[in-house]
Design a protein around this ligand. Structure first.
Ligand code: CO
Length: 135
């Protein structure tokens, strides 16, 4: 398997985008590249590039959003780490053969519009890992 390319982004759960933008834009000086709403996942997401990688702020639009349980349990903080791979099927196959439990039946399309697949944090030492294929 070709090794992963880079850390694509860090996903950070916040109670609101205002809370996250206060830190990453106002306090740390990053620029906002894009804000997207994904109603089907209950999320509002802001992307703030930082060199070769990106900060992805994930805020809930409703109580049953994809980050609501995380926020209720742990409060705001690092939610996932996204590793960019050359070939998602090959990377997933390699990960599974090495004992990683992948979530879902197959890839889905992530917030950036590229195919992604998550690994269960119980099989990755507590870190929710997102694998992303960018052609
Ligand atoms: Co992500």
């Amino acid at each position: 398997m070709t090794p992963p390319r880079r850390l694509n982004h860090l996903g950070i759960a916040v109670a609101s985008l205002d809370e996250g933008l206060k830190v990453w834009r106002d306090q740390l000086g990053l620029a906002v590249h894009e804000v997207v709403e994904l109603p089907e996942r209950g999320l509002r997401i802001a992307f703030l590039p930082c060199g070769e990688t990106m900060i992805e702020l994930l805020a809930p639009l409703r109580d049953d959003s994809e980050v609501s349980a995380f926020l209720a349990k742990r409060g705001p903080g690092i939610h996932h780490v996204c590793v960019e791979v050359v070939d998602l099927a090959a990377a997933t196959g390699h990960a599974e053969a090495a004992g990683t439990k992948m979530l879902g039946a197959g890839p889905s399309i992530g917030a950036e519009g590229f195919p992604v697949r998550f690994a269960h944090p119980k099989s990755t030492a507590g870190v929710l890992v997102e694998l992303l294929e960018k052609a």
